[in-house]
Design a protein around this ligand. Structure first.
Ligand SMILES: Nc1ncnc2c1ncn2[C@@H]1O[C@H](COP(=O)(O)OP(=O)(O)OP(=O)(O)O)[C@@H](O)[C@H]1O
Ligand SMILES: [Mg+2]
Length: 260
């Protein structure tokens, strides 16, 4: 009899292997004369499937650069990154990018488009120009509507994105990432600038994706209380290095010795 312990949990893809979802080894960017150090200065960490990690640190610590490096957007001078056991390089990047959804700092939505079209933009990487020349296929539009429904935004699907609230726009950005069916979601400051209710909606959405769909979440946050409420683990950066990696209790203490 096969022990159920040997089988991956049901939410994991069939290609699942026991490699960490994300593995960084000694990431170092080129020396930056203005900072007088590399932006990333020797980052090593492992994030396992199904974790919910808060990435914290002061402005300029390197959080966005680290997230962007995971999807091949930052030239590295040293070190390597493995996603699901596959090393990130120009040959593997197209496949790896399909497994990772990214919410960029500031949202990155096209404000003039209806919400549903922004969600469909998440499909562009997997569709040829020919396939989208006369609009997205019906099943893509159906999938976009299902995701909007799941995030409580079905009624806003055809509204111009600029007319939606900040919290709704952030959830549209999440929907755009989700239409790729990612295993990993990287979110760069998804709640910055939102009011308390919108913050809660966005964080609850991430939490549900984590608990119900098993998506591995790494999110940049500035609010230590919210990090402690939602994340299982915190990674704190300072000047391009990891200065703390552990539980979310007493995070305030990790910031006390930092340069402002
Ligand atoms: N393309 C770039 N060229 C030069 N310097 C850069 C570049 N991108 C980032 N930096 C610098 O690297 C440092 C880290 O930037 P990064 O955006 O990763 O910080 P962050 O931790 O995300 O900060 P914040 O909390 O303000 O978003 C900053 O000092 C920034 O000015
Ligand atoms: Mg940033």
């Amino acid at each position: 009899m096969v022990s159920s312990l040997l089988l991956p949990p049901p939410h994991l893809p069939t290609s699942f292997n026991m490699s960490p979802a994300i593995e960084c080894h000694n990431l170092k960017t080129a020396y930056s004369p203005s900072l007088q150090r590399p932006i990333l200065n020797g980052i090593s960490c492992q994030i396992h499937h199904g974790e919910f990690v808060a990435l914290l640190g002061l402005n300029g610590a390197g959080k966005s650069t680290l997230l962007r490096s995971l999807v091949g957007l930052v030239p590295l001078e040293r070190g390597n990154i493995n996603i699901n056991g596959v090393q990130v390089n120009p040959r593997t990047l197209p496949q790896i990018r399909q497994d990772i959804g990214m919410l960029f700092q500031g949202g990155g939505l096209i404000r003039q488009l209806p919400a549903i079209d922004n969600v469909l933009c998440g499909k562009l990487g997997t569709r040829t120009t020919w396939q989208t020349l006369f609009g997205f296929p019906k099943h893509d539009r159906r999938q976009a509507l299902e995701i909007l429904e799941q995030l409580g935004l079905r009624a806003q699907a055809y509204q111009k994105t600029s007319q939606l609230s900040g919290g709704q726009q952030q959830r549209i950005a999440i929907a755009r990432a989700l239409i790729q069916s990612p295993q990993i979601l990287l979110a760069d400051e998804p709640i910055t600038g939102l009011d308390v209710m919108a913050c809660k909606q966005v964080m609850d959405t991430l939490s549900q994706l984590h608990s119900q769909q098993g998506i591995t979440i790494v999110t940049v946050l500035h609010d230590l209380g919210i990090a402690a409420e939602y994340a299982q683990r915190a990674i704190v950066l300072d000047a391009g290095r990891i200065v703390y990696d552990g539980v979310c209790e007493n995070l305030q203490a990790q910031f006390s010795g930092m340069r402002g």
